[in-house]
Design a protein around this ligand. Structure first.
Ligand code: DOR
Ligand code: ZN
Ligand code: ZN
Length: 393
């Protein structure tokens, strides 16, 4: 079969270091099958499934289930992320070695959704991860500074009567963990950077370590949306870390362009209608991201001249594949090798409709928006997984 590729741009398949797939536990909002479909339609050939499932992915049984189910579905490589601590409770280290040695071959560990707040636990986690040659991915939040927090701490939150989430809650923990990781020569990946100050901390930490050890991601929503959106109190805009000020968004864009932030990761977070169509205070944080990520990156980074298509390949595919240590992803195709690639129509525009996305949940913050660039075709190891908006099972 011949696919017309006139006017399209070929990129290595995208790699998402940060996806919430909700299986096991909340299959009413997303399953590995529906999340894999969303990923393939979004141009992804590999995703990292976060550990805050129910039960938590803190043992070999759960990570092997996620890994096996991902293989059965076969639309994208699903790499389970293991929990750093038992039950994501932040106290007792999980058996990272057992998960790494399991069939799932876990290379990345995170307590995302929670934070390893105790510096001694974090230190032991980094030491353990270094011995195993795996990566700790930290949810960047000092929880004692965000108790009850509902929105970016600033004028707008004060006016709306929402308790503030200070930028310092993120910057303090990122600084602490960068210092610890560098002291121990361990690998630390910083999840969803959301403030200008965190970009400054990362620039400093990376320069001091000669660039080694530290990597970081930014979400599409933190590259585009600001806390101006909160005026409507629409919980679709509620997310952790919160939407920040326009000065933060501007700095995140330049930090990504300069490589201070290495890559884009979606933090794709499906939620049920009853957890989003409710009062702001009761709503769960998080938003869908897999099928809109490329378009948001083109809108914020390419159309503004901050990244060219070479740069898109770097932040969506090459760097995340390097960070996670995936040898067969994120690079050009060798002759005779089955390809992981995505074809993109750079001129297309489309209107986002949550109900039309492959995810079971519909909580997209881009509802009704016209976004540029469309994934035309995704190829996983030489097999078409998505073509013109349809899954090819
Ligand atoms: O907004 C968020 N949602 N941030 C997180 O850290 C967790 C995620 C989720 O699991 O819903
Ligand atoms: Zn998080
Ligand atoms: Zn997350």
């Amino acid at each position: 079969e011949v696919l017309a590729a006139d006017g399209l741009i070929a990129l290595p398949g995208f790699v998402d270091l940060h996806t919430h797939l909700r299986e096991p536990g909340r299959e009413d909002t997303e399953t590995i099958a529906t999340g894999s479909a969303a990923a393939a339609l979004g141009g992804y050939t590999a995703v990292f499934a976060m550990a805050n499932t129910d039960p938590v992915a803190d043992n070999a049984v759960v990570v092997e289930h996620v890994w096996r189910r991902g293989r059965e579905v076969g639309l994208v490589d699903v790499h389970p992320v293991g929990a750093v601590t038992v039950g994501l409770a932040g106290q007792k280290l999980a058996e990272l070695g057992t998960m790494a040695a399991s069939a799932a071959g876990v290379r990345m560990f995170s307590d995302d959704g929670h934070c390893v707040a105790d510096p001694l636990v974090m230190r032991r986690a980094l030491e353990y991860s270094k011995a195993l040659d795996v990566v700790i991915a930290q949810h960047a939040e000092e929880p004692r500074l965000t108790v009850g927090a509902q929105a970016h701490e600033g004028e707008r939150a004060a006016r709306l009567g929402l308790a503030g989430w200070p930028a310092a809650a993120e910057e303090a923990i990122v600084a602490r963990d960068c210092l610890l990781a560098q002291h121990l020569s361990a690998r630390l990946h910083v999840c969803h950077v959301s403030t200008a100050g965190t970009a400054d901390v990362l620039a400093w930490a990376k320069q001091r370590a000669g660039g080694a050890g530290i990597s970081a991601e930014v979400t599409p929503h933190h590259l585009l949306l600001t806390d101006e959106r909160l005026a409507s109190y629409d919980p679709v805009n509620k997310v952790n870390p919160p939407l920040r000020a326009s000065t933060d968004v501007a700095r995140l864009r330049t930090a990504l362009a300069e490589g201070v932030i290495d890559c884009v990761a979606t933090d794709h977070a499906p939620h049920a209608p009853q957890d989003k169509d409710c009062e702001w205070a009761a709503a769960r944080p998080g938003m869908l991201g897999l099928q809109t990520a490329l378009s948001v990156v083109v809108h914020t980074m390419v159309r503004s001249g901050l990244l060219d298509w070479r740069g898109v390949a770097r932040v969506m595919s090459e760097r995340p594949a390097e960070i996670a240590g995936l040898p067969d992803q994120g690079r050009p195709i060798a002759v005779g090798e089955p390809a992981n690639l995505v074809l993109v129509d750079p001129e297309a525009t489309w209107t986002v409709r949550g109900a039309e996305l492959a995810s079971i949940a519909e909580n997209t913050p881009y509802e009704g928006m016209d976004l540029p660039a469309r994934v035309v075709c995704t190829v996983l190891r030489g097999r078409v997984t998505a073509h013109e908006g349809r899954i090819r099972p």
